[in-house]
Design a protein around this ligand. Structure first.
Ligand code: GRF
Length: 213
């Protein structure tokens, strides 16, 4: 399975995918392209080090958002991935792209959807709101992308207990380490091996009850 990974920042989820392929946790998968909207994203350095082709194209390079959307769609159609992976991607995925790749785009969100998600909930903001609400458990979710924001069918989730001494930064780091970097590679491997289906907005995973998440 050929994947295209879309990034905007540090690329730790991209690194977890690269490492997962190298250590055999992710089988039957190759990264055909890394795309970033942000020329300064350290994720691009990670792609370079791993010898993965990359493209940087910022919305700022275009006169209108529609022109950027069309350019992004063309980049992805040219790459022709079997799966598009949003790994810390802060670009709103255009409807044209979602329609061109139905149930072929997955995203990692740093909370247990439907909590602390939707428009405006990204990065540290997610963890600030979780701590503000005083929840005892947060975590991460991998889901298919549909035309809403964080509303697509849920594939995998992993809980992370919140500590009394947590700050948004410590919580973000622990959720990345203990949840994101585990369930994103696992989801990709399951999809790459034909074990994931979507039926009426619900995800069915072969052997789900035996998974060690
Ligand atoms: C992660 O917390 C991820 O959940 C969110 O973006 C953050 C940065 O990810 N989508 P990365 O280090 O760029 O993979």
């Amino acid at each position: 399975m050929k994947i295209a990974v879309l990034v905007s920042g540090g690329g730790t989820n991209l690194q977890a995918i690269i490492d997962g392929i190298n250590d055999g946790k992710i089988t039957n998968t190759e990264i055909g392209l890394v795309y970033s909207n942000n020329p300064n994203a350290y994720a691009i350095e990670r792609a370079k080090k791993a010898g993965i082709p990359y493209v940087v194209k910022s919305p700022k390079e275009f006169a209108t958002r529609q022109e950027f959307n069309e350019a992004l769609l063309q980049i992805l159609l040219d790459a022709a991935p079997d799966l598009i992976v949003l790994a810390g991607c802060l670009v709103v995925i255009p409807k044209e792209v979602v329609r061109a790749f139905p149930n072929k785009i997955i995203n990692i969100h740093p909370a247990l959807i439907p909590s602390f998600c939707g428009t405006g909930f990204y990065g540290l903001k997610v963890h600030e709101k979780a701590l503000e609400r005083g929840v005892r458990v947060s975590g991460a979710t991998v889901h298919f992308v549909d035309e809403g924001t964080d509303t697509g069918p849920i594939i995998l989730q992993k809980p992370v207990m919140i500590r009394d001494d947590d700050t948004p930064e410590t919580l973000q780091r622990r959720i990345m380490e203990q949840a994101e970097w585990k369930i994103m590679p696992m989801a990709i491997d399951l999809i790459a091996n034909g074990k994931v289906k979507v039926n009426d907005h619900k995800v069915i995973i072969d052997g789900y009850d035996e998974l060690v998440i």
